[in-house]
Each structure stands twice: as C-alpha cells, then as structure tokens.
Design a protein. Sequence first.
Length: 305
Amino acid sequence: MTEKPGQDIEHLRERWNELYKQRLPALAKARDPVQATWPVFLDHCFARIILDNAIGKDRPWTETIKQPAVKNMSEDQLKTAIELAERLASGKADLVALDERSLELRGKQSKKRKGEDHDPRHSSPKKRKPDTGTISSYFLPSPSSPPKSNSQSKPPNTKPTPKPSDPETPDPSATEPTTTPSDLQLLHRIATSTLTPFRKQTLSLLCQIPRGQHTTYAALADHISRTSHKTCARAVGNAMRHNPFAPAVPCHRVLAADGSLGGFGGEWGAGGKFAREKVRLLGEEGVEFDGRGRVRGVVFREFEG
C-alpha cells in the first residue's frame, strides 16, 4: 500500500541528508572523475550550491525558505534538491558552474574572476599572485587586490576589506573562508574515529568556528536541537570533554553563556587543567577579555549542517 504523506516526506529528508552530507563529500574527497573539478568538499558547501540553484534560483536559498532547509522544504522542493544532487553525483550537472552561480547570487567574487580558469578576459585587467589550486585559495574571498601590487588602483566604489580571509558575516556560508585543507583532514579524522555519533557531530561543528571568534555551549545545543535532535548545553559540554583532537579541533572557542570559560568541570573549563591554555589560545587568536575575565564580542551562531 502507499505510504502516508508524513512518512514520504521523512524518506525524502533522509535521502537529501544522505546525498549532501555523505555521498557528495565522499565523492569529492576521493576526487571521483564524475566531476572534472571538485571546488568544495564540505557538506554545507554542497548544500549551499544545490539549494541556491534548486530552491533560491535567482537569490540565496535563505531568502526563499527558513533554516534549517531540511525541515522547511516542501515535498516538491525536497524532490528538486534531491534531483540536482543526484545529477551532480552522476556527473550530469556541472558542479563548478553551479558553484560559480551560487557565489554570484551571494555577491561573492567567483573563482573565474580570480583567474583560476586561466581565462585572459578575467585575468588581464588585474595582475595578482597565481592561485595555488588548493582548497584554501578558493575559500579566501578576494574582492580587494593583494597589498604587494602597488601599481594597480581600485574602482572608486570598491570597499576595502580588513583582511582577505575575513568571513562575510551576514552570509550563512560565512564559515567557508576559514576552511582549509587541514580542516578537511580533521573532519576526516573525526568521521573515521571510534567516538560516538553525537561526539563526532559536536566536534565537527567546532571546526566551523572561525579563528578570532567564539561560540557558547548553548548556541551549539540550540543548533543541534534545531537541525538534528533535542540536546542541551551540558550534553554538548560532555561531548567535548577529553577532546582527542584539541586544540586543532577548537573546543577552546566554546564558552559559557556569560562569556566566562565555563566548561562544566572539564579540563578546558574554568579551573581545569588547560584553563590557562584556553585563555592563551583565545588571546593569540584576537579574542578580547574584559576586566572580569569574560570574552567580549558577538557569539558565533552561523553553523551549517
């Protein structure tokens, strides 16, 4: 007999999650020849590309539906997203072209304009250091010219950027500029470890927190509760305890809701074995503390996946 509508949409959600979270990243990491080039490797990058093109169409998908997408897409929208994901996985759709279009929709400078496609129409107006072809070179936004080219001038309407690697914070994909090959290696180590699924999920989310920013246990718990399953700040703290990948997987960037070290009694929390190290690492990354020893600044909440 036919399944109930509720069951049908749940199956579509499961299929969507499997495609963008597992299948496409696995193909990318294996450099599968189904795509000539794999410009992205992370699940939330694939989600951005697919949803911008399939759901947003002429705008970022976040302007069409609410986050998280998996819970707010209609049955037809899920089918459309799944169809495009499958076309990417089979090589029937061009990942690079869709990625370029997604970046343009978000007002980001495409790789083609950065000269990565070696098109003289794009490379001749601006001389810049050749791209290395690494993943990090893609994720660095480059609306401004490199400082060593003193002879070139910017158009009057070009706004200077503080640092080439600063994320564009209003964009839901703001974590992308901080992604490096070492992050991909860390995510692979987490995924292939013997940790529980919840610990893997929590530690993987830590890799999205940009250097120089911080989040809270509550913010992580809120994101997981919205996108996966109900949890709480203490459970997140327990999942981070004895982090085997610290400090590369930055649990030191997670603080209590009041900006103090927090930690629920763990080694990286207040009074813990690595409390001083936590303060030192945050300070080196540019995080500022007030006179009471609490971190100042906006809490990072732009998690994806």
